[in-house]
Design a protein. Structure first.
Length: 149
């Protein structure tokens, strides 16, 4: 049987973005595993390091998850002693997610996103990196604008 040439892949932006996102996520998971955290946990911790005492809906918005998924992540973080749910002092029906001392102890990872950016943007100039962020923001907006071409 003759040796086959590798199948040529179409020039598809969705494929490139999907593969890059998957590889980036795997890289982050590997980097955070040394600290006993997942990327989803780090994202929520990073929000709480900036603003402790958030609603699940705020955490969901910040993390890009829906509220049930964010709540499940917070459940696991609560079991790990990273966060706790606390009734609001102003309205006992409102529950806030707050850091524990254990959750605060990971604050040395607050610049983790900068470490990731350095790896991902290696070899790009500052202008190229800025342009990439601008272009990807436009691609994201286009993907979310569910209208016709």
């Amino acid at each position: 049987m003759a040796t086959k040439k590798p199948l040529a892949r179409p020039k598809a932006l969705g494929r490139v973005l999907n593969f890059a996102a998957g590889a980036s996520t795997a890289m982050c998971q590997d980097m955070l595993a040394d600290h006993g955290l997942t990327l989803a946990q780090w994202v929520i911790l990073s929000a709480l390091w900036r603003q402790d005492g958030m609603l699940i809906s705020e955490i969901a918005d910040y993390s890009g998850n829906n509220a049930p998924a964010a709540s499940r992540i917070v459940d696991r973080m609560e079991e790990a002693g990273l966060v706790q749910r606390v009734p609001s002092e102003n309205d006992k029906r409102v529950v806030l997610v707050c850091l524990t001392d254990h959750g605060r102890s990971y604050e040395y990872l607050s610049d983790f996103h900068e470490q990731v950016n350095r790896r991902l943007l290696k070899g790009l100039s500052e202008e190229e990196a800025d342009r990439l962020f601008e272009l990807l923001a436009r691609v994201d907006a286009n993907a979310r604008a569910r209208g016709p071409d």
